[in-house]
Unconditional design. Structure first.
Lengths: 804, 195
């Protein structure tokens, strides 16, 4: 979230699309109700199902799964053609005025530079026009046909209300009602907040769904504002934290990135990742990349990381391509993965196309699961009748199951969706021989270290020299680890502005990332977490709920990254002169000599408005990117059909599916066609269950004891299926048997002149736990991911439904 | 007048009826309520965070046991933390049943091992299991570690054992897991953020 849960109360309008917080995030959704009750805020819900969130909406619009870009593109076109944008904001704070190269363009559904054989783009022309000093050219009048604003206007002209209706199935009148409501927030003193979740990310165009809302919110001037923002309602309790800590194949902590084969030495690595300023006078905060990186290596390798060995650069693995979970499963099914260590993860239930996952797991030499609960994955080799029909004798994988503790049995911190790091305390010991995750990881590492010390082996140095400064080596204390990722000074760090004084003294915890150095005098395990455990102690454990501004900032409750800042980009809540756009919702303001605020200013503290520095300080241009050349599938979002689509042709262009989405050779045959699988399906979650855990807990298991499929009345009637009857749901990947729940919640949609029925599939059952046994829903879902980050397309695919 | 649970049981056990209890200056109903209060009042309170979604609701865990050296805490109740600025004491159906997650009958208690081709789990010791996994990992790493790519550049990666990290584990666990994986040269690592 750019903003926070409580900040939702400041909104004038709330757009829920791609999420269902009333059921999936109920206690956060209360702040939507607060805004409605206290501020007369209006709620818009756009969703294939009439959810419980929709039930309290002022405007509900249905849409076909997988057509969000068409819908949002339609809204963007409405705003641009009806001149409903926040002009001052768009001109000053976005890339609208920047000129892009003349030879870059878009035709027939493709941006330029497409290579069909590689299914990827050569993006070298997707850049700004630069002057000889490397500064991007601008046209402040926004009239140049190559300025981002004109390019965008042209791109979205095709997204007319008629095209939206034809593609999404949303009735034109409902769509226009949504547009009109959203357009009311284009004035400077009204805001819309956007709340989304997996309903936007789990598509082959997932990242571009998010790009679409980013563009929309920028045009409306809603970024950085109290009651605005783009707010991802994240899933697991620490999914934000694990992302922040870089536990993704290509990442390092704090959104640094793992070196690749193209970065043979430290110099090349740092040069590529340290951006240059592309507009004059900007902060360009990523210019500090070397400080963050060297401090990380000092935290990981201590004294063994030296200037001479390039801070142990060679000890980091260089990645040679994608190792996201879909690719790892592909490699596994080819027999190229031997071991799999799953900590608190249940891939057999969670990943798409269960048959492919099962086929991969059985080729492993060994599987280790670390979990408080029995998981389907840990028992993939066991015969559970029709739910998991395997012959154990045919599966040669060695399987280890390590019992771990859970939240109530440990100290530690989690990062909420609002970027708050909240500390929690241990209430009891884990049962029997179960152990803390930290201890299990330590045991495994120390056993490996011992073997490498004794017997040697491949490249033992990093294993032997990894910093392990924990008082009890086998049980690192969470407090010690938290201090490590905050960071500390390894030598006195002089204050450049104040000779004789020091920013931080040797041995002290760093107060924030502003003091980190690239010369080895500071160590910091995750630069964005710097400030969470300072000399003043554990800031994550703070419990002052006071909210002096009344804006829901609560600066003394826990600690928010970065720098305890609660609303990202908050400099953009003020105009160019540093005066808040909304006087009654002041987050920060220019105080004459420095920035002051109810929140921590997201800006250079002493940069006066007259200096011309812009609010989006992480970008070399200083402004927000309406044009995003880093995207794999185009600088602007474009509508493409899901890989399982009910249409023969994309209404918007010649290219049917996302041309940059990766599809493995053998998976092309895994996609279904509408003649065989005529219904659109989407997976979802129930308010009584959390993924595959709560089926192990008695009360949720009683509340929702059995797998079901939600069928619209029209479909049930056509197929002569009555409520409560057993049905078989089939996709190209497999079939499952479960009960039918016939509802009025999914209206029949008319798309390209034909009727489209949508089927809903909750995901929560499996063959272990306290509920009745059920089939794994992901038996049905397709093995294709988003073009940028490979999140699987769980939300839009094709099925058929028959009586069992 | 205050009466302890044991005292109240003594009063009732000694055959004095409710009327007589009433004559002592408190009603039986009130006394029963006090008994309920007594159980919670002697519980240890621990502040924690709901482990399910990332609203990050504050919870209070009540456990029997006073945290003294030889006492083993037994969690008996979990409820919303009224001081928490987001959930203000409320919980959803999932959070409200956290006690059943903690005490789930399908919680794992011992390390277990399934041998190739076997149809059964076998309980094993931590020492044996950690040693066996470490040896399997080392064997795979030593055999398949890529020190240099085809161009002769140093790449130091290990891509034949993959890792998944839990998005419900703490930052501290995630951080240490990450540094260990990269020290081994691991490149195939993800968490639930991708799915």
């Amino acid at each position: 979230m750019t903003n926070s849960w409580v900040d939702i109360k400041n909104a004038d309008l709330i757009l829920v699309m791609g999420g269902n917080p009333a059921e999936a995030h109920p206690c956060g959704f209360k702040w939507v109700l607060e805004a409605k009750a206290k501020k007369k805020a209006r709620l818009i819900v756009v969703d294939p199902r009439f959810t419980r969130t929709a039930a309290v909406a002022d405007i509900y619009a249905p849409l076909r799964p997988g057509t969000d870009i068409a819908f949002l593109g339609g809204v963007i076109n409405y705003l641009l053609t009806n001149d409903k944008i926040q002009h001052d904001y768009v001109k000053n704070y976005t890339s609208a005025a920047l000129l892009v190269r003349e030879d870059t363009g878009f035709e027939d559904g493709l941006f330029n530079g497409y290579d069909e054989a590689k299914r990827s783009y050569d993006k070298s022309t997707w850049t700004y026009q630069m002057d000889k000093d490397g500064i991007a050219k601008v046209d402040p009048t926004l009239q140049d046909p190559n300025c981002v604003f004109q390019r965008m206007k042209k791109h979205y002209l095709r997204y007319t209300p008629e095209m939206v209706e034809r593609t999404t199935g949303t009735p034109k009148a409902s769509f226009l009602k949504v547009c009109e409501a959203i357009a009311t927030t284009a004035v400077p003193d009204r805001t819309m907040t956007s709340l989304y979740a997996l309903g936007w990310t789990q598509h082959s165009v997932g990242s571009q769904n998010i790009r679409s809302i980013a563009i929309l919110q920028l045009l409306l001037g809603n970024m950085g504002m109290a009651g605005g923002g783009v707010n991802a309602l994240r899933g697991h309790s620490n999914i934000q934290g694990l992302t922040d800590l870089g536990l993704l194949s290509h990442s390092l902590p704090g959104y640094l990135t793992l070196p690749t084969d193209g970065d043979p030495d430290l110099k090349t690595y740092l040069e590529k990742r340290t951006p240059k300023m592309t507009r004059p006078g900007q902060f360009n905060y990523w210019g500090n990349y070397p400080k963050f990186f060297v401090s990380l290596m000092k935290a990981w390798y201590g004294a063994a990381a030296t200037k001479e060995n390039d801070w142990a650069y060679d000890w980091l693995p260089k990645i040679d391509g994608a190792y996201d979970v879909l690719r790892v499963m592909e490699l596994m099914s080819q027999g190229k993965v031997n071991g799999y260590v799953c900590q608190g993860f249940n891939p057999l239930s969670s990943f798409p196309d269960k048959a492919k996952i099962l086929g991969g797991l059985r080729k492993l030499k060994f599987l280790v699961t670390i979990d408080p609960l029995v998981t389907e994955t840990s028992e993939f080799w066991q015969n559970h009748g029709e739910f998991n029909d395997v012959d154990p004798a045919q599966i040669q994988t060695e399987v280890f199951r390590f019992p771990s503790s859970l939240f109530a049995e440990e100290n530690g911190s989690l990062v909420s969706s609002a970027r708050w790091l909240q500390w929690h305390w241990k209430a009891a010991e884990p049962p029997a021989e179960a152990k803390g995750d930290l201890e299990i990881v330590a045991d495994l590492y120390l056993a490996l270290k011992k073997l490498y010390a004794k017997d040697g082996g491949a490249h033992p140095e990093p294993v032997l020299k990894l910093a392990w400064p924990y008082r009890i080596a086998t049980a690192p204390a969470p407090e010690e680890v938290a201090r490590e990722f905050n960071g500390s000074a390894l030598a006195d760090v002089p204050d450049p502005k104040n000779p004789g004084a020091f920013l931080v003294k040797q041995g002290e915890q760093v107060p924030g990332f502003g003091v980190l150095q690239a010369d080895g005098t500071t160590a910091c395990g995750c630069w964005i977490f710097a400030g969470s455990w300072t000399q003043a102690g554990n800031q994550m454990a703070r419990r002052d709920p006071a909210d002096p501004s009344g804006l829901g900032v609560t600066p003394g409750w826990a600690w928010s990254w970065p720098a305890n800042r609660r609303v990202l980009y908050n400099r953009a809540s003020c105009n160019a002169d540093g005066v808040p756009y909304i006087p009654t919702r002041k987050l920060i303001w220019w105080g004459g000599t420095k920035w002051l605020g109810n929140d921590v200013p997201d800006f250079k503290a002493d940069s006066a408005p007259a200096d011309g520095m812009n609010p989006f300080i992480m970008n070399g241009e200083g402004v927000a990117r309406l044009w995003a050349p880093a995207m794999a599938d185009g600088p602007f979002p474009e509508h493409y059909e899901p890989f399982d689509t009910p249409l023969a042709k994309n209404p918007f262009g010649k290219v049917l599916n996302n041309p940059a989405a990766r599809v493995f050779k053998d998976d092309w045959k895994a996609f279904g066609k509408p003649d065989e699988f005529p219904f659109v399906a989407t997976t979802y979650r129930l308010t009584e269950h959390f993924h595959f855990w709560t089926k192990h807990a008695r009360i949720p298991a009683i509340l929702q004891p059995e797998a079901f499929v939600e069928l619209p009345e029209g479909l049930a009637k056509k197929k002569n299926i009555r409520n409560g009857e057993m049905v078989v749901v089939k996709s190209k990947r497999g079939q499952i048997k479960l009960k039918a729940l016939v509802t009025k919640r999914m209206p029949t949609l008319t798309v390209e002149g034909k009727e489209v029925e949508v089927v809903g599939l909750p995901i929560h059952w499996g063959f272990v736990g306290q509920t009745r046994k059920g089939f794994i829903t992901n038996t049905l879902t397709p093995p294709v991911g988003d073009a940028n980050i490979q999140t699987p397309e769980y939300k839009a695919f094709l099925v058929n439904v028959e009586k069992a | 007048m205050q009466v302890s649970r044991r005292g109240f049981l003594k009063i009732t056990a000694s055959g004095i009826g409710a009327t007589t209890v009433g004559a002592l200056g408190f009603s039986a109903e009130r006394a029963v309520a006090d008994v309920r209060l007594f159980k919670l009042a002697h519980a240890s309170e621990t502040r924690n965070t709901c482990p399910y979604c990332s609203v990050g609701c504050g919870v209070i865990i009540y456990a029997l046991g006073d945290r003294s050296k030889n006492a083993r805490s037994e969690i008996m109740h979990v409820e919303g933390d009224p001081d928490h600025p987001v959930n203000r004491g409320t919980l959803c159906p999932k959070g409200a049943s956290l006690l059943d997650f903690i005490h789930s009958p399908t919680r794992l208690k011992f390390p277990e091992y399934r041998a190739p081709g076997s149809a059964e789990w076998k309980r094993v010791s931590w020492e044996w299991a950690i040693d066996r996994v470490a040896r399997l990992m080392k064997e795979d790493r030593d055999k398949n570690f890529v020190a240099q790519n085809a161009k002769g550049q140093t790449v130091n990666r290990w891509n034949t054992t993959a890792f998944l990290a839990a998005s419900a584990s703490s930052n501290e666990t995630g951080y240490v897991f990450h540094k260990v994986i990269r020290a081994l040269g691991g490149v195939a690592v993800d968490n639930q953020a991708r799915v």
